[in-house]
Write a protein that binds this ligand. Structure first.
Ligand code: NAD
Length: 455
Protein backbone atom coordinates (compact mmCIF):
# COMPACT_ATOMS: atom_id res chain seq x y z
CA UNK A 1 0.00 0.00 0.00
CA UNK A 2 2.76 2.43 1.02
CA UNK A 3 4.86 1.54 -2.05
CA UNK A 4 1.88 2.04 -4.34
CA UNK A 5 1.37 5.41 -2.73
CA UNK A 6 4.98 6.43 -3.29
CA UNK A 7 4.79 5.36 -6.93
CA UNK A 8 1.60 7.28 -7.38
CA UNK A 9 3.06 10.43 -5.86
CA UNK A 10 6.15 10.10 -8.07
CA UNK A 11 4.00 9.68 -11.17
CA UNK A 12 1.71 12.58 -10.35
CA UNK A 13 4.69 14.82 -9.58
CA UNK A 14 6.25 13.86 -12.90
CA UNK A 15 3.00 14.63 -14.66
CA UNK A 16 3.09 18.10 -13.17
CA UNK A 17 -0.06 17.76 -11.06
CA UNK A 18 -0.57 19.59 -7.71
CA UNK A 19 -1.75 22.72 -9.49
CA UNK A 20 -2.75 25.96 -7.84
CA UNK A 21 -6.34 27.00 -7.34
CA UNK A 22 -6.56 29.40 -10.22
CA UNK A 23 -6.09 26.65 -12.81
CA UNK A 24 -8.84 24.37 -11.32
CA UNK A 25 -6.88 21.11 -11.17
CA UNK A 26 -7.80 17.94 -13.03
CA UNK A 27 -7.61 15.35 -10.29
CA UNK A 28 -6.58 11.79 -10.79
CA UNK A 29 -7.10 9.37 -7.92
CA UNK A 30 -5.95 5.96 -6.81
CA UNK A 31 -8.52 3.19 -6.41
CA UNK A 32 -8.19 1.39 -3.10
CA UNK A 33 -9.88 -2.01 -3.24
CA UNK A 34 -9.80 -2.41 0.55
CA UNK A 35 -11.87 0.73 1.06
CA UNK A 36 -15.07 -1.07 2.02
CA UNK A 37 -13.33 -2.68 5.02
CA UNK A 38 -12.19 0.69 6.38
CA UNK A 39 -14.17 3.12 8.54
CA UNK A 40 -15.99 5.46 6.15
CA UNK A 41 -15.64 9.12 7.12
CA UNK A 42 -17.49 12.22 5.96
CA UNK A 43 -15.99 15.67 6.50
CA UNK A 44 -18.20 18.75 6.73
CA UNK A 45 -16.16 21.95 6.49
CA UNK A 46 -12.67 21.75 4.98
CA UNK A 47 -11.40 25.22 5.78
CA UNK A 48 -8.15 25.53 7.70
CA UNK A 49 -9.22 23.25 10.55
CA UNK A 50 -11.07 20.68 8.46
CA UNK A 51 -7.99 20.29 6.26
CA UNK A 52 -5.84 19.66 9.38
CA UNK A 53 -8.20 16.79 10.20
CA UNK A 54 -8.14 15.59 6.60
CA UNK A 55 -4.33 15.47 6.72
CA UNK A 56 -4.47 13.25 9.82
CA UNK A 57 -7.14 10.99 8.31
CA UNK A 58 -5.12 10.57 5.11
CA UNK A 59 -2.11 9.35 7.13
CA UNK A 60 -4.17 6.53 8.63
CA UNK A 61 -4.71 3.12 7.06
CA UNK A 62 -7.86 2.23 9.03
CA UNK A 63 -10.28 4.79 7.59
CA UNK A 64 -11.20 6.32 4.27
CA UNK A 65 -12.70 9.71 3.53
CA UNK A 66 -15.77 8.87 1.44
CA UNK A 67 -17.25 12.33 1.13
CA UNK A 68 -16.43 15.98 1.74
CA UNK A 69 -18.88 18.85 2.02
CA UNK A 70 -17.97 22.53 1.86
CA UNK A 71 -19.83 25.42 0.26
CA UNK A 72 -16.54 26.98 -0.85
CA UNK A 73 -15.15 25.27 -3.99
CA UNK A 74 -11.69 26.69 -3.23
CA UNK A 75 -11.70 24.72 0.04
CA UNK A 76 -12.90 21.47 -1.58
CA UNK A 77 -10.29 21.80 -4.34
CA UNK A 78 -7.51 22.18 -1.78
CA UNK A 79 -8.91 19.12 0.02
CA UNK A 80 -9.06 17.08 -3.19
CA UNK A 81 -5.50 18.04 -3.97
CA UNK A 82 -4.46 16.66 -0.56
CA UNK A 83 -6.33 13.40 -1.14
CA UNK A 84 -4.77 12.98 -4.54
CA UNK A 85 -1.27 13.68 -3.23
CA UNK A 86 -1.82 11.05 -0.51
CA UNK A 87 -2.72 8.53 -3.21
CA UNK A 88 -6.14 7.84 -1.74
CA UNK A 89 -9.51 7.23 -3.40
CA UNK A 90 -11.44 10.29 -4.54
CA UNK A 91 -14.17 11.34 -2.10
CA UNK A 92 -17.54 12.53 -3.38
CA UNK A 93 -17.93 16.30 -3.11
CA UNK A 94 -21.00 18.04 -1.67
CA UNK A 95 -21.63 21.75 -1.08
CA UNK A 96 -24.07 23.06 -3.67
CA UNK A 97 -25.79 24.98 -0.86
CA UNK A 98 -25.72 25.41 2.93
CA UNK A 99 -27.80 22.26 3.48
CA UNK A 100 -26.10 19.86 1.07
CA UNK A 101 -24.47 18.22 4.11
CA UNK A 102 -27.86 16.53 4.61
CA UNK A 103 -27.25 14.64 1.35
CA UNK A 104 -23.80 13.58 2.54
CA UNK A 105 -25.43 12.22 5.70
CA UNK A 106 -27.70 9.93 3.64
CA UNK A 107 -24.71 7.87 2.48
CA UNK A 108 -24.61 4.34 3.83
CA UNK A 109 -20.85 3.98 3.41
CA UNK A 110 -20.13 6.58 6.12
CA UNK A 111 -20.05 5.63 9.80
CA UNK A 112 -18.65 8.86 11.23
CA UNK A 113 -18.67 12.55 10.38
CA UNK A 114 -16.19 15.25 11.39
CA UNK A 115 -17.67 18.74 11.57
CA UNK A 116 -15.31 21.72 11.23
CA UNK A 117 -17.59 24.53 10.09
CA UNK A 118 -18.22 27.96 11.69
CA UNK A 119 -19.67 27.80 15.23
CA UNK A 120 -23.25 28.55 14.23
CA UNK A 121 -23.43 25.32 12.21
CA UNK A 122 -21.93 22.87 14.74
CA UNK A 123 -25.01 21.77 16.65
CA UNK A 124 -27.37 21.59 13.65
CA UNK A 125 -24.86 19.42 11.80
CA UNK A 126 -24.07 17.21 14.79
CA UNK A 127 -27.76 16.66 15.55
CA UNK A 128 -28.45 15.68 11.93
CA UNK A 129 -25.41 13.38 11.95
CA UNK A 130 -26.62 11.50 15.03
CA UNK A 131 -30.13 11.30 13.59
CA UNK A 132 -28.67 9.63 10.49
CA UNK A 133 -27.14 6.93 12.75
CA UNK A 134 -23.55 8.16 12.48
CA UNK A 135 -20.90 9.14 15.04
CA UNK A 136 -20.49 12.92 15.24
CA UNK A 137 -17.04 14.45 15.84
CA UNK A 138 -17.64 18.11 16.44
CA UNK A 139 -15.15 21.00 16.53
CA UNK A 140 -15.06 23.48 19.40
CA UNK A 141 -17.12 25.03 20.81
CA UNK A 142 -19.90 22.53 20.21
CA UNK A 143 -22.85 24.86 20.86
CA UNK A 144 -23.65 28.58 21.19
CA UNK A 145 -26.92 28.61 23.15
CA UNK A 146 -28.37 26.59 26.03
CA UNK A 147 -31.01 25.27 23.65
CA UNK A 148 -28.27 23.93 21.38
CA UNK A 149 -26.54 22.31 24.38
CA UNK A 150 -29.77 20.49 25.21
CA UNK A 151 -30.24 19.55 21.53
CA UNK A 152 -26.91 17.70 21.61
CA UNK A 153 -27.74 15.83 24.80
CA UNK A 154 -31.34 15.04 23.84
CA UNK A 155 -30.37 13.80 20.38
CA UNK A 156 -27.62 11.63 21.84
CA UNK A 157 -30.09 10.13 24.32
CA UNK A 158 -32.76 9.58 21.64
CA UNK A 159 -30.48 8.06 18.99
CA UNK A 160 -27.77 6.42 21.12
CA UNK A 161 -25.23 7.73 18.59
CA UNK A 162 -22.09 9.16 20.24
CA UNK A 163 -21.15 12.79 19.80
CA UNK A 164 -17.53 13.63 20.65
CA UNK A 165 -16.36 17.20 21.20
CA UNK A 166 -12.97 17.25 19.44
CA UNK A 167 -11.20 19.17 22.22
CA UNK A 168 -7.57 18.63 21.28
CA UNK A 169 -6.10 20.51 24.27
CA UNK A 170 -7.26 17.67 26.55
CA UNK A 171 -4.50 15.71 24.78
CA UNK A 172 -1.68 18.28 25.14
CA UNK A 173 1.36 16.46 26.50
CA UNK A 174 1.92 18.58 29.62
CA UNK A 175 -1.85 18.72 30.25
CA UNK A 176 -2.00 14.91 30.18
CA UNK A 177 1.07 14.59 32.43
CA UNK A 178 -0.73 16.81 34.94
CA UNK A 179 -3.85 14.63 34.57
CA UNK A 180 -1.67 11.66 35.43
CA UNK A 181 -0.34 13.52 38.49
CA UNK A 182 -3.85 14.58 39.55
CA UNK A 183 -5.03 10.98 39.30
CA UNK A 184 -2.03 9.89 41.44
CA UNK A 185 -3.06 12.48 44.05
CA UNK A 186 0.20 14.46 43.73
CA UNK A 187 -1.66 17.76 44.31
CA UNK A 188 -3.94 16.31 47.03
CA UNK A 189 -7.60 17.22 46.84
CA UNK A 190 -8.03 19.93 44.19
CA UNK A 191 -9.13 23.35 45.43
CA UNK A 192 -8.80 26.04 42.72
CA UNK A 193 -8.09 25.88 38.99
CA UNK A 194 -7.58 28.44 36.25
CA UNK A 195 -7.56 28.33 32.48
CA UNK A 196 -8.49 30.48 29.54
CA UNK A 197 -8.28 31.26 25.88
CA UNK A 198 -5.71 34.03 25.81
CA UNK A 199 -4.73 34.46 22.19
CA UNK A 200 -4.30 37.69 20.24
CA UNK A 201 -6.70 37.12 17.32
CA UNK A 202 -6.84 40.72 16.09
CA UNK A 203 -5.05 39.83 12.90
CA UNK A 204 -7.12 36.65 12.69
CA UNK A 205 -5.61 34.93 9.67
CA UNK A 206 -2.89 35.05 7.08
CA UNK A 207 -3.25 33.48 3.69
CA UNK A 208 -0.16 31.42 2.85
CA UNK A 209 2.09 33.91 4.61
CA UNK A 210 0.57 36.94 2.90
CA UNK A 211 -1.78 39.18 4.77
CA UNK A 212 -5.26 38.37 3.51
CA UNK A 213 -7.87 41.07 2.98
CA UNK A 214 -6.59 43.45 5.61
CA UNK A 215 -5.77 40.77 8.20
CA UNK A 216 -8.27 41.64 10.93
CA UNK A 217 -9.26 45.11 9.75
CA UNK A 218 -11.75 43.47 7.41
CA UNK A 219 -14.20 40.80 8.48
CA UNK A 220 -17.42 39.22 7.24
CA UNK A 221 -17.61 38.90 3.44
CA UNK A 222 -14.24 40.61 2.94
CA UNK A 223 -12.49 38.49 5.57
CA UNK A 224 -10.56 35.26 5.18
CA UNK A 225 -11.24 31.94 6.99
CA UNK A 226 -12.31 32.68 10.59
CA UNK A 227 -12.46 36.44 9.91
CA UNK A 228 -15.44 35.68 7.65
CA UNK A 229 -17.57 34.59 10.63
CA UNK A 230 -15.73 34.62 13.97
CA UNK A 231 -15.05 38.37 14.30
CA UNK A 232 -18.75 39.12 13.88
CA UNK A 233 -19.49 37.36 17.19
CA UNK A 234 -17.55 40.18 18.92
CA UNK A 235 -19.98 42.73 17.47
CA UNK A 236 -23.11 41.34 19.07
CA UNK A 237 -22.06 39.08 21.95
CA UNK A 238 -20.41 39.79 25.30
CA UNK A 239 -19.26 36.67 27.12
CA UNK A 240 -16.66 33.92 27.02
CA UNK A 241 -16.98 33.01 23.34
CA UNK A 242 -14.43 30.17 23.32
CA UNK A 243 -14.20 28.35 26.64
CA UNK A 244 -13.46 24.72 25.77
CA UNK A 245 -9.68 24.76 25.16
CA UNK A 246 -9.29 25.78 28.79
CA UNK A 247 -12.23 24.12 30.48
CA UNK A 248 -11.86 20.75 28.68
CA UNK A 249 -8.64 19.74 30.48
CA UNK A 250 -9.89 21.21 33.78
CA UNK A 251 -13.12 19.20 33.46
CA UNK A 252 -11.08 16.00 33.05
CA UNK A 253 -9.08 16.86 36.21
CA UNK A 254 -12.26 17.51 38.21
CA UNK A 255 -14.36 14.62 36.79
CA UNK A 256 -17.08 17.01 35.68
CA UNK A 257 -20.36 15.17 34.96
CA UNK A 258 -18.66 12.07 36.35
CA UNK A 259 -18.99 12.42 40.12
CA UNK A 260 -18.80 16.22 40.08
CA UNK A 261 -20.49 19.00 38.13
CA UNK A 262 -20.49 22.72 37.44
CA UNK A 263 -23.09 24.33 39.72
CA UNK A 264 -23.03 28.06 38.99
CA UNK A 265 -21.00 30.84 37.39
CA UNK A 266 -20.42 34.57 37.54
CA UNK A 267 -18.85 36.51 34.65
CA UNK A 268 -17.46 40.00 34.23
CA UNK A 269 -16.43 41.78 31.06
CA UNK A 270 -13.92 44.61 30.85
CA UNK A 271 -14.41 47.57 28.52
CA UNK A 272 -13.75 47.06 24.83
CA UNK A 273 -10.83 48.83 23.16
CA UNK A 274 -8.62 46.29 21.37
CA UNK A 275 -10.38 45.74 18.03
CA UNK A 276 -11.24 49.41 17.56
CA UNK A 277 -7.64 50.50 18.25
CA UNK A 278 -6.31 47.85 15.90
CA UNK A 279 -8.58 48.90 13.04
CA UNK A 280 -7.74 52.58 13.47
CA UNK A 281 -4.05 51.74 13.68
CA UNK A 282 -3.97 49.50 10.58
CA UNK A 283 -6.85 50.86 8.49
CA UNK A 284 -7.00 54.52 9.54
CA UNK A 285 -9.69 56.33 11.50
CA UNK A 286 -11.83 56.74 8.36
CA UNK A 287 -11.98 53.01 7.71
CA UNK A 288 -15.68 51.97 7.78
CA UNK A 289 -14.98 49.35 10.46
CA UNK A 290 -13.63 52.07 12.77
CA UNK A 291 -17.33 52.91 13.36
CA UNK A 292 -18.24 49.40 14.55
CA UNK A 293 -19.33 49.31 18.19
CA UNK A 294 -17.85 46.13 19.65
CA UNK A 295 -19.99 44.49 22.30
CA UNK A 296 -17.36 41.98 23.46
CA UNK A 297 -15.28 43.15 26.42
CA UNK A 298 -11.56 42.72 25.79
CA UNK A 299 -11.08 40.49 28.84
CA UNK A 300 -13.96 38.35 30.09
CA UNK A 301 -13.43 36.46 33.36
CA UNK A 302 -15.76 33.76 34.63
CA UNK A 303 -15.77 32.10 38.05
CA UNK A 304 -17.35 28.67 38.23
CA UNK A 305 -18.28 26.78 41.40
CA UNK A 306 -18.44 22.97 41.36
CA UNK A 307 -20.58 20.54 43.36
CA UNK A 308 -17.48 19.30 45.22
CA UNK A 309 -16.48 22.85 46.21
CA UNK A 310 -13.66 23.70 43.80
CA UNK A 311 -13.52 27.11 42.12
CA UNK A 312 -12.42 27.65 38.51
CA UNK A 313 -11.49 30.91 36.83
CA UNK A 314 -11.83 30.96 33.04
CA UNK A 315 -10.51 33.89 30.97
CA UNK A 316 -11.35 34.92 27.40
CA UNK A 317 -8.81 37.43 26.06
CA UNK A 318 -8.48 37.64 22.27
CA UNK A 319 -8.41 41.33 21.29
CA UNK A 320 -5.37 42.84 23.03
CA UNK A 321 -1.67 42.53 22.23
CA UNK A 322 -0.32 39.53 24.13
CA UNK A 323 1.58 36.26 23.59
CA UNK A 324 -0.49 33.07 23.58
CA UNK A 325 -1.22 31.20 26.79
CA UNK A 326 -4.04 28.99 28.03
CA UNK A 327 -3.04 30.05 31.55
CA UNK A 328 -3.51 26.75 33.33
CA UNK A 329 -3.27 26.64 37.13
CA UNK A 330 -4.05 23.53 39.13
CA UNK A 331 -3.92 24.01 42.87
CA UNK A 332 -4.66 21.47 45.56
CA UNK A 333 -4.02 20.74 49.21
CA UNK A 334 -0.43 19.71 48.52
CA UNK A 335 0.80 21.97 45.74
CA UNK A 336 0.35 23.91 42.53
CA UNK A 337 1.17 23.80 38.79
CA UNK A 338 1.11 26.93 36.63
CA UNK A 339 1.86 26.48 32.95
CA UNK A 340 2.82 30.06 32.06
CA UNK A 341 6.19 29.97 33.82
CA UNK A 342 6.42 26.16 33.61
CA UNK A 343 6.43 26.00 37.40
CA UNK A 344 5.42 23.53 39.98
CA UNK A 345 5.57 23.39 43.74
CA UNK A 346 4.71 20.31 45.77
CA UNK A 347 4.98 20.62 49.52
CA UNK A 348 7.27 17.97 50.97
CA UNK A 349 8.55 16.99 47.50
CA UNK A 350 9.99 20.23 46.09
CA UNK A 351 13.52 20.70 47.50
CA UNK A 352 12.98 24.22 48.86
CA UNK A 353 9.93 25.67 50.60
CA UNK A 354 8.36 28.71 48.87
CA UNK A 355 10.44 28.09 45.68
CA UNK A 356 9.13 27.14 42.23
CA UNK A 357 10.62 24.13 40.49
CA UNK A 358 10.89 23.58 36.74
CA UNK A 359 8.27 21.10 35.48
CA UNK A 360 10.45 19.10 33.07
CA UNK A 361 11.52 16.26 35.41
CA UNK A 362 7.91 15.80 36.58
CA UNK A 363 6.55 15.78 33.04
CA UNK A 364 9.11 13.19 32.03
CA UNK A 365 8.30 10.98 35.02
CA UNK A 366 4.53 11.35 34.71
CA UNK A 367 4.34 11.39 30.90
CA UNK A 368 0.94 9.90 30.10
CA UNK A 369 1.00 6.26 28.87
CA UNK A 370 -0.90 7.25 25.71
CA UNK A 371 1.81 9.77 24.83
CA UNK A 372 4.53 7.19 25.49
CA UNK A 373 2.71 4.73 23.25
CA UNK A 374 1.89 7.01 20.32
CA UNK A 375 4.68 9.60 20.43
CA UNK A 376 6.07 8.53 17.04
CA UNK A 377 2.67 8.59 15.31
CA UNK A 378 1.95 12.05 16.70
CA UNK A 379 5.06 13.56 15.10
CA UNK A 380 4.06 16.21 12.59
CA UNK A 381 0.43 16.38 13.76
CA UNK A 382 -0.91 19.86 14.50
CA UNK A 383 -0.56 21.76 17.78
CA UNK A 384 2.52 19.85 18.97
CA UNK A 385 1.04 16.42 18.22
CA UNK A 386 -2.15 16.69 20.28
CA UNK A 387 -4.32 16.80 17.15
CA UNK A 388 -3.25 13.23 16.36
CA UNK A 389 -4.68 12.02 19.69
CA UNK A 390 -8.10 13.59 19.38
CA UNK A 391 -8.70 12.17 15.90
CA UNK A 392 -7.17 8.84 16.92
CA UNK A 393 -9.54 8.55 19.90
CA UNK A 394 -12.53 9.36 17.70
CA UNK A 395 -11.65 6.83 14.97
CA UNK A 396 -10.74 4.08 17.45
CA UNK A 397 -14.08 4.50 19.22
CA UNK A 398 -15.92 4.32 15.88
CA UNK A 399 -13.99 1.18 14.86
CA UNK A 400 -15.02 -0.55 18.09
CA UNK A 401 -18.59 0.82 18.01
CA UNK A 402 -17.70 2.03 21.52
CA UNK A 403 -18.58 5.23 23.41
CA UNK A 404 -16.25 8.15 22.68
CA UNK A 405 -13.98 9.28 25.57
CA UNK A 406 -15.49 12.79 25.46
CA UNK A 407 -19.22 12.81 24.89
CA UNK A 408 -22.39 14.86 24.37
CA UNK A 409 -22.59 15.78 28.08
CA UNK A 410 -19.01 17.12 27.97
CA UNK A 411 -19.85 19.02 24.78
CA UNK A 412 -22.93 20.56 26.41
CA UNK A 413 -21.44 21.41 29.83
CA UNK A 414 -18.24 22.93 28.45
CA UNK A 415 -19.94 24.89 25.66
CA UNK A 416 -22.68 26.17 28.00
CA UNK A 417 -20.13 28.52 29.58
CA UNK A 418 -20.60 30.83 26.56
CA UNK A 419 -24.35 31.46 26.84
CA UNK A 420 -24.29 31.39 30.66
CA UNK A 421 -21.49 33.98 30.77
CA UNK A 422 -23.48 36.17 28.37
CA UNK A 423 -26.52 35.91 30.66
CA UNK A 424 -24.45 36.70 33.76
CA UNK A 425 -22.85 39.78 32.16
CA UNK A 426 -26.22 40.96 30.84
CA UNK A 427 -27.57 40.74 34.40
CA UNK A 428 -24.76 42.87 35.86
CA UNK A 429 -22.56 39.88 36.74
CA UNK A 430 -25.22 37.98 38.68
CA UNK A 431 -24.68 34.34 39.56
CA UNK A 432 -26.31 31.98 37.04
CA UNK A 433 -27.14 28.34 37.75
CA UNK A 434 -25.60 25.70 35.54
CA UNK A 435 -28.10 23.26 33.99
CA UNK A 436 -27.43 19.62 34.89
CA UNK A 437 -27.24 18.21 31.38
CA UNK A 438 -26.92 14.67 32.77
CA UNK A 439 -30.25 14.97 34.67
CA UNK A 440 -28.72 13.50 37.80
CA UNK A 441 -26.57 10.83 36.12
CA UNK A 442 -23.42 12.79 37.04
CA UNK A 443 -23.51 11.17 40.47
CA UNK A 444 -22.95 7.67 39.09
CA UNK A 445 -21.19 8.32 35.77
CA UNK A 446 -17.53 7.21 35.80
CA UNK A 447 -14.50 8.98 34.25
CA UNK A 448 -13.57 7.63 30.82
CA UNK A 449 -11.05 10.09 29.41
CA UNK A 450 -7.62 8.58 28.65
CA UNK A 451 -8.26 5.55 30.83
CA UNK A 452 -8.08 3.09 27.97
CA UNK A 453 -4.76 1.55 26.79
CA UNK A 454 -5.51 2.29 23.15
CA UNK A 455 -7.07 5.76 22.98
P1 NAD B 1 -12.74 28.29 8.21
O1 NAD B 1 -13.61 29.48 8.00
O2 NAD B 1 -11.35 28.30 7.64
O3 NAD B 1 -13.47 26.97 7.71
C1 NAD B 1 -14.85 26.74 7.84
C2 NAD B 1 -15.33 26.08 6.55
O4 NAD B 1 -16.71 25.73 6.70
C3 NAD B 1 -15.22 27.00 5.34
O5 NAD B 1 -14.45 26.39 4.34
C4 NAD B 1 -16.66 27.21 4.93
O6 NAD B 1 -16.83 27.36 3.53
C5 NAD B 1 -17.33 25.96 5.44
N1 NAD B 1 -18.78 26.08 5.62
C6 NAD B 1 -19.48 27.13 6.13
N2 NAD B 1 -20.79 26.85 6.13
C7 NAD B 1 -20.93 25.62 5.59
C8 NAD B 1 -22.05 24.78 5.32
N3 NAD B 1 -23.31 25.15 5.59
N4 NAD B 1 -21.83 23.57 4.74
C9 NAD B 1 -20.57 23.17 4.45
N5 NAD B 1 -19.48 23.93 4.69
C10 NAD B 1 -19.66 25.12 5.27
O7 NAD B 1 -12.66 28.12 9.79
P2 NAD B 1 -11.66 27.16 10.59
O8 NAD B 1 -10.54 27.96 11.12
O9 NAD B 1 -11.37 25.95 9.79
O10 NAD B 1 -12.57 26.77 11.86
C11 NAD B 1 -13.58 25.79 11.76
C12 NAD B 1 -13.94 25.30 13.16
O11 NAD B 1 -12.83 24.71 13.80
C13 NAD B 1 -14.39 26.42 14.10
O12 NAD B 1 -15.39 25.94 14.92
C14 NAD B 1 -13.16 26.71 14.95
O13 NAD B 1 -13.49 27.21 16.22
C15 NAD B 1 -12.55 25.33 15.05
N6 NAD B 1 -11.10 25.36 15.24
C16 NAD B 1 -10.58 24.55 16.20
C17 NAD B 1 -9.21 24.52 16.40
C18 NAD B 1 -8.65 23.61 17.46
O14 NAD B 1 -7.47 23.74 17.79
N7 NAD B 1 -9.44 22.69 17.99
C19 NAD B 1 -8.36 25.31 15.61
C20 NAD B 1 -8.94 26.10 14.62
C21 NAD B 1 -10.31 26.12 14.44
Amino acid sequence: MKDNRRDFIKKTAAAGLGLGLASMPQFSFAADKKDDKLVGIGLIGVGLRGRNHLDLLLRRDDCTVKAICDIDPAATNLALDMVQKAGKTKPEIYGKDDFDYLNLLKREDIQAVIIATPWEWHTKMAVATMKHGKYAGIEVSAANTLEECWDLVNTYEETGMPCMILENVCYRRDVMAVLNMVRQNMFGELIHLECGYQHDLREVKFNNGKQAYGGGVEFGEKGFSEAKWRTNHSVYRNGDLYPTHGIGPIATYLNIDRGNRFVSLVSMASKSRGLHNYIVDKGGENHPNAKVRWKLGDVVTTQIKTALGETIMVTHDTNLPRPYSLGFRVQGEKGIWMDLNKSIYLEGTSPQAHRWEDTSSYFEKYDHPLWKKYEQRAIGAGHGGMDFFVIHAFIEAVKRKAPTPLDAYDAASWSAISPLSEISIEKGSSAVEFPDFTRGQWINRKPTFALNDEY
